[in-house]
Design a protein around this ligand. Structure first.
Ligand code: NDP
Length: 315
């Protein structure tokens, strides 16, 4: 027989990126006594970036991990109950909803705000891991600026890769684009833009053999899959744009999602198909994916949750 601890909350926030912490700040200030579980990577994707220069309010820029400490401190100061722990299972069949933490504790809650984010997909090369944050990045909009006037490479051939290659082409001297097939997956219009941009050089049927450099990115060895031929290209930045994976697995079967696992919210709101369950940040946004947009949607979710609880007479 199991002896699971059960605890009751009004609002449970799952995830600790900009969306989760912002939802916590707003919910705490509205006296909803939110409990937030941080998940597997406290602070979220920003803790694996270096400098953030595009979040308003930091005129000198700030390191991603430090910014997330600020978010957490602010949420704590407002009275949010921030805890280590991973949500491992949910039951949204009836209220109060149940969320299992680390498979042992059950939180019963009137409202849930899902802010579990997304994770960038990586190639899986040791050099990619070693140089992550030292020239290797999964976000051109975040880090492209650091390579102004330099040569960079990008891997991927979807809309994100096309968009990011175009973005980088405006900052960098040459963008070496590594495409694994002889065609791009990106929409026609994006493909045409890429093909018509003179400083984007495409390597068809090619894969990344290795990213070169010890403590910083200095080059990439590109292998042609068909001929086996390898070329070394000097670069300062290496961008991986092969897609993201929303962290939504535990909600499958309960929450409506698109075919790639992104949670569907009612446009203009944070509402999901289940009353009282809201979603914010990258887990429901494959389009913008910025810290500031995630924070904004976290605010929306807290306000939606507050209205919901008030209408139900629960707070
Ligand atoms: P996609 O899944 O559409 O594309 C991923 C790309 O990465 C594909 O070209 C794929 O190659 C390649 N890839 C995957 N794994 C590897 C690997 N291990 N090595 C090398 N290449 C690899 O992801 P996106 O992030 O581009 O887009 C996600 C969704 O968001 C799409 O629906 C897209 O249309 C949408 N989107 C729309 C935008 C817009 O409309 N402005 C902007 C950005 C995204 P292959 O083709 O061979 O499978």
């Amino acid at each position: 027989m199991s002896h699971q601890i059960t605890e009751k909350t009004h609002v449970l926030i799952i995830g600790s990126g900009p969306a989760g912490y912002t939802a916590a700040i707003y919910a705490a200030r509205a006296n909803m006594k939110p409990v937030l579980y941080q998940g597997i990577q406290p602070g979220g994707q920003l803790t694996i970036t270096t400098e953030v220069e595009n979040y308003p309010g930091y005129p000198e820029g700030i390191q991603g991990p430090e910014m997330m400490i600020h978010f957490e401190k602010q949420a704590t100061r407002m009275g949010a109950d921030i805890r280590y722990g991973l949500a491992t299972k949910v039951d949204f069949s009836q209220q109060p909803y149940k969320v299992w933490i680390d498979d042992e504790k059950i939180i019963e809650t009137d409202a849930v705000i899902i802010c579990t984010g997304a994770s960038a997909k990586w190639l899986g090369l040791p050099s990619e891991q070693r140089l992550n944050g030292f020239g290797v990045s999964a976000c051109a909009v975040c880090d492209g600026f650091f390579f102004k006037g330099k040569e960079v490479a990008i891997v991927g051939a979807g809309d994100t890769a096309a968009e990011e290659a175009l973005y980088l082409s405006k900052l960098c001297t040459t963008v070496h684009m590594i495409v694994r097939r002889d065609a791009m997956r990106a929409s026609k219009v994006m493909q045409e833009r890429v093909l018509n941009t003179l400083n984007i050089k495409i390597y068809w049927n090619s894969e990344t053999d290795e990213i070169l450099g010890e403590n910083k990115t200095e080059g990439v060895r590109i292998k042609n899959i068909k001929t086996g031929e390898k070329v070394e290209v000097p670069i300062s930045g290496f961008f991986v744009a092969i897609g993201h994976q929303p962290n939504s697995d535990i909600f499958k079967g309960w929450i409506d999602m698109d075919e790639t696992g992104y949670i569907r919210t009612i446009p203009g709101t944070s509402k999901t198909n289940i009353e009282g369950v809201f979603a914010a940040g990258d887990v429901q946004d494959k389009n913008y994916r910025q810290a500031v947009t995630a924070a904004g949607s976290g605010c929306m979710a807290a306000l939606d949750a507050e209205r919901y609880l008030t209408a139900k007479g629960l707070v």
